[in-house]
Design a protein around this ligand. Structure first.
Ligand SMILES: [Zn+2]
Length: 1095
């Protein structure tokens, strides 16, 4: 490996490289590559030991009972009596069709009647009484603003809220957790269909989108607040705020103590009238009209204390009300950014530019820095010294998505081929040639922008400089003019100095009783017959170079020989799972086209062969082991697609026991719920990574399967985990097949290594994502797809320089789908500052939240959840207090002043704090938490944004003919109008909420029934009707699904229906049933924390 070698001279590539059109293809070029050579760099202290960072977590919701898990071995069929119908008679699983196939020894062996165990939790339990609306609409009256009042301090215990209705709730949503599947049939006992209960929370139909808060982006007079310093005097209650530091975007919001916002709506530049003492937010001076009285928002703090550590004795101060319309609105911020920045392309030529928000659609023009689609930072202006950084507490991190997919309008990175000499690098730090390298001495040498080493330019690469010192061919070479590009790697970058073979996909299918019973095996085999024609391929290649292989298993493994010369597939059984080996080499991994007939035959036979199986036990680790050994034998990298249904209790390595115990929640042992129960899977994962074996796991559990343990290998190998709780073909087929198709077709880089280099002064110290690290600098990914991100945190190790700024270079070495070895390079230059105000003006809150969520989600592996929550709150308070102290102008302590670009930090942080991982509701299973934890670990900024703060779209507000997406409203119950219909999505879940007073015509148009009461609650599919509204809504649903990585299953929820409780879980500005604070309450709490820090 040539990490250390300097690049040999290469023929100049005078011309620009051809662009590979299309999505990922660019990444595949033509040559073989190599593995990342380990470079001799000092270790960074950072990374957490490989394993911890990566724990993924499970997916689905277990069946209802939240109580003790059912007997360990017995799998509770979701909702159905399990094996009842099963006769004992037929025990043979052997293939029946071909003579050549051997009988499964295993099956015979286990023919003994396994007593089908069945006692499972009944699935459908009646829904408990929904929480009374009173509960939800707690009144503000109780609220106290921190300024002066301490919110009723809840016991700092964990925030489990009012236990009240929870208990019943838990039992009630059997299959419907947010992460699980929500089988309709079982859903709710629709008794409550008859909606309009007399008592309805006050509904507002047209949410006042906090107009006053932020100035209209375009159109309309612009409020002073967003752009310039705050005009003094505009402020509202409180002393005028002017912020000298905010040169360009002074943001400020102040909560004048003692002011109350509940008065009647007031016109904009409002005022605070004496009678309305309360807190008013001041946003750069401009205030919006105070909304009308809002009876229902967030709950008052009263019993819900979940704020981490909070002392505050309740103080009986006069209740203050904070107008929700006066506090920073995510919707408004998103809308403003779209209006301000969505029309112009984002040109990357300027150092330290903050890109548009992830929620804004914009095009990117690469002019020397990587597109924000590849890298987003928490701040684009880094403090020059570590002291400043410590003072501000703003994490310095980059969220990197090396193989991000691009919109069709943007070209994939050019591929540069420097021939045998390979890419040109700095001799000392090994950074790759990039636009920031400085050519000197007439072009004969170049100075490295990372380590300052002066290197000779190889003769072949020599070029003259122009009068500005720039190479005259700079614009002809991607590596001298663009932020992102690829190099073809030489054999030096390959494992064992050998160009890699094309990768392979191995399908490993659980054929135990549960998998057969649900129809999964038949569905999957049928789908694979056609899906195999769509394996990823290189650019214009006619067929995919990827070979495929098949294994089925229960407590033994069955390998299949599908060589094209065979008339029928042959099965080989391996029952010694303790010492796994691959019984055949020739004929196991084959070309899909050549072996089409045999493969089709096999896929036809598998469901038949095991149709009568009674085997309920499965193994898991040996299956992965077998796939990895098969790849090793074939000397290639690849991916295993595992379709698995149950806790692997069969006697074998990696055997697991049911250890689910909800009683551990809120105890110091809660972390064990997130940790794997055995270290065996980490060891296995390490072997997989060494082989370039990535594992994608599809789970179909009926009950607890220990996602925390099963997802270890996928997580450490860069794979994905999907979970379909209580899978039933009728209800879940579409979702599963959609995910499967996308997963199999997506382009993947195999056997990858990523290294992030930085200019002197900062260095990468910590990493978050789905990967493995065997040292402190190299992120190893058996596989990396276009959805996965790696979040990297930086720390100072020296002083930075304002003039030179800071440079990051992410280099990803990987093998393409066709077996070509490549290097993808992303460069990004950032500004450095000596004034804190500059830092606070150039932060990106969405990215901060992405980092903080990942940090917290990793923290729960080692610390009590409460500690993790407290840490987040403290850090957030420190960030905001530092701003207040150093950047904001002096003002009353009662004012809450937030930096403009961080004004959403409190609301978003609160969403993270009350997420299922950090504050689970009673209906959230241990597997769900593990699943979500693992999912979030690899999410990009756009995904975490919508995941933590869901989008709520009113459907009948905008004109029917409007083709654009309706503007979203804030995620709060008070924004729901009972005369409207809304879609809510968070990237994983999709709800259609129907108000009880929706016009009959609308009901008819969408559901084809005559009244609200006739709508089926829990419905998963809208009827296909030929009218504009139906088409529009179905079109919108399709469009939302297309934007997300995973198929979102629809659930129709009727107002006042019991399922509504599940829906309300996503109204994140409200107080949650699990005790999570409302936005208003949290803001007050944060204000109090800040004041404490300042005093
Ligand atoms: Zn260097």
């Amino acid at each position: 490996m040539n990490v250390n070698q300097s690049a040999p001279p290469v023929p100049p590539f005078g011309q620009s490289q051809p662009i590979y059109p299309g999505y990922h293809q660019s990444s595949y070029g033509g040559q073989p590559g190599s593995a990342v050579p380990p470079t001799p760099y000092g270790a960074y202290n950072g990374p957490v030991p490989g394993y911890q960072q990566t724990h993924p977590q499970g997916v689905s919701r277990a069946p209802p009972s939240s109580g003790a898990p059912p007997v360990s071995t017995a799998q509770a069929p979701c909702g159905q009596a399990a094996y009842g119908q099963f006769g004992q008679g037929d025990i043979q699983n052997g293939p029946s069709s071909t003579v050549q196939m051997q009988r499964l020894p295993g099956s015979q062996q286990f023919g003994s009647p396994l007593a089908p165990v069945v006692s499972q939790p009944a699935v459908l339990q009646p829904y408990g009484p929904p929480p009374t609306s009173a509960q939800v609409t707690a009144q503000l009256a109780g609220m106290q603003l921190s300024g002066a009042v301490a919110p009723a301090p809840p016991p700092s215990g964990l925030g489990y809220g009012p236990p009240t209705s929870l208990a019943s709730a838990s039992g009630s949503f059997p299959n419907s957790g947010p992460y699980g599947s929500y089988p309709q049939g079982q859903a709710s006992p629709l008794s409550q269909a008859q909606g309009h209960p007399g008592v309805q929370p006050p509904l507002r139909s047209a949410p006042p989108l906090a107009s006053s808060f932020t100035p209209p982006a375009s159109g309309g007079p612009r409020m002073p607040s967003m752009t310039g310093p705050l005009p003094p005097g505009q402020g509202f209650g409180g002393p005028p705020v002017s912020q000298p530091n905010h040169v360009s975007s002074p943001p400020v919001q102040a909560l004048p103590p003692g002011t109350q916002m509940t008065g009647p709506p007031v016109p904009p530049p409002p005022m605070h009238s004496p009678q309305q003492p309360g807190y008013q937010l001041q946003q750069n001076g401009s205030f919006g009209p105070a909304g009308g009285p809002q009876p229902s928002y967030g709950g008052p703090y009263p019993g819900a204390p979940n704020f981490g550590s909070q002392p505050g004795p309740p103080q009986p101060l006069p209740p203050k009300r904070l107008d929700p319309d006066a506090i920073p609105s995510p919707i408004q911020v998103i809308e403003d950014d779209r209006n301000n920045r969505g029309s112009e392309p984002f040109v990357t030529g300027v150092r330290g530019q903050v890109p548009p928000l992830v929620t804004t659609n914009f095009l990117v023009k690469d002019q020397g820095n990587a597109s924000p689609r590849y890298i987003r930072c928490t701040s684009y202006n880094i403090p020059c010294t570590s002291d400043m950084a410590k003072q501000a507490q703003v994490p310095l991190a980059a969220v990197i998505k090396p193989l991000a997919r691009l919109p069709p309008e943007e070209a994939s990175p050019y591929v540069v081929d420097h021939g045998e000499s390979g890419p040109l690098r700095c001799n000392r730090c090994k950074a790759y040639m990039c636009p920031f390298m400085q050519f000197v001495e007439g072009g004969r040498r170049f100075q490295c922008c990372f380590c300052s080493c002066v290197n000779d330019v190889p003769p072949q690469y020599f070029q003259h400089l122009d009068h500005t010192g720039k190479r005259v061919d700079a614009y002809d070479r991607p590596e001298l003019s663009l932020g992102s590009y690829e190099f073809l790697a030489t054999v030096d970058y390959c494992k064992n100095n050998k160009f890699p073979s094309p990768p392979a996909f191995i399908f490993m299918i659980d054929v135990s009783y549960n998998a057969i019973r649900t129809g999964l095996v038949r569905l999957l085999c049928e789908e694979l017959k056609s899906l195999l024609d769509y394996l990823p391929r290189e650019g214009g290649a006619e067929e995919s170079a990827i070979r495929v292989g098949f294994v089925t298993y229960n407590k033994v493994l069955h390998f299949y020989n599908v060589k094209s010369s065979l008339a029928q597939p042959q099965m080989m059984v391996v029952s010694d799972v303790a010492d796994m080996f691959v019984p055949l080499l020739d004929g196991f991994l084959v070309n899909v086209n050549e072996s089409q007939a045999v493969i089709t035959s096999l896929l036809d036979q598998i469901p038949e062969m095991f149709a009568d199986t009674r085997e309920t036990e499965t193994v898991f680790a040996p299956v992965i082991q077998a796939g990895m050994e098969a790849l090793k034998a074939a000397e290639c990298a690849g991916k295993l697609f595992l379709f698995h249904t149950s806790l692997p209790v069969a006697e074998a390595p990696g055997r697991l026991k049911n250890r689910d115990d909800r009683k551990l929640i809120n105890t110091d042992k809660e972390k064990t719920l997130f940790q794997p129960q055995t270290g065996a899977y980490q060891t296995l994962a390490k072997d997989c990574v060494a082989q370039g074996c990535c594992v994608d796991l599809f789970l179909f559990p009926n009950q607890y399967v220990d996602v925390a343990t099963l997802s270890v290998v996928p997580q450490l190998t860069g794979g994905s985990v999907y979970k379909y709780a209580c899978f039933q073909v009728e209800n879940d087929q579409e979702r599963f097949l959609s995910d499967l198709r996308r997963d199999i077709q997506k382009v993947v880089g195999f056997d990858a290594v990523m290294r992030v280099r930085t200019s002197t002064g900062i260095r990468a110290v910590d990493f978050f994502g789905a990967f493995y690290m065997s040292n402190t600098t190299d992120v190893e990914l058996a596989g990396l797809d276009g959805d996965k991100t790696v979040t990297v945190e930086f720390k100072h190790d020296d002083r930075l320089n304002e003039e030179s700024g800071a440079v990051l270079q992410c280099a990803l070495l990987y093998t393409s789908c066709a077996g070509q070895r490549r290097l993808r390079i992303h460069n990004l230059a950032l500004n450095c500052c000596t004034q804190l105000a500059d830092l606070y003006r150039n932060c990106e809150t969405d990215t901060l939240i992405n980092y903080m969520a990942k940090f917290a989600y990793r923290g729960v592996l080692n610390s009590p959840v409460k500690t993790v929550r407290d840490t987040l709150i403290t850090q957030c308070a420190q960030i905001l207090a530092c701003y207040r102290k150093n950047c904001a102008s002096p003002s009353s302590a009662g004012q809450l002043i937030l930096p403009e670009c961080m004004k959403l930090l409190p609301v978003y942080l609160n969403c993270v704090l009350k997420s299922d991982v950090l504050q689970p509701g009673a209906e959230v299973t241990t597997d769900d938490r593990a699943y979500v934890r693992q999912l979030v670990t690899s999410m990009d900024v756009a995904e975490t944004n919508v995941f933590f703060y869901p989008r709520l779209l009113p459907l009948t507000k905008s004109p029917i003919e409007s083709t654009s997406e309706p503007p979203a409203v804030r995620a709060s119950e008070e924004r729901l109008s009972n005369g409207d219909i809304y879609l809510l999505e968070n990237g994983l879940n999709l709800f259609l909420w129907v108000g009880a007073s929706v016009q009959q015509g609308v009901v008819q148009s969408l559901f084809n029934v005559s009244s609200f009461t006739q709508i089926t609650s829990g419905l998963g599919v809208l009827p296909v009707l030929d009218n504009p509204l139906s088409k529009k809504v179905r079109g919108l649903i399709a469009s939302l699904r297309a934007q997300r990585m995973r198929y979102m299953k629809l659930i129709v929820v009727k107002q006042e229906d019991k399922l509504e409780m599940l829906f309300k879980h996503f109204l994140v500005e409200d107080k949650s049933l699990s005790g999570g604070a409302s936005y208003v309450d949290f803001l007050c709490h944060m204000h109090k924390e800040i004041r404490q820090l300042l005093s």
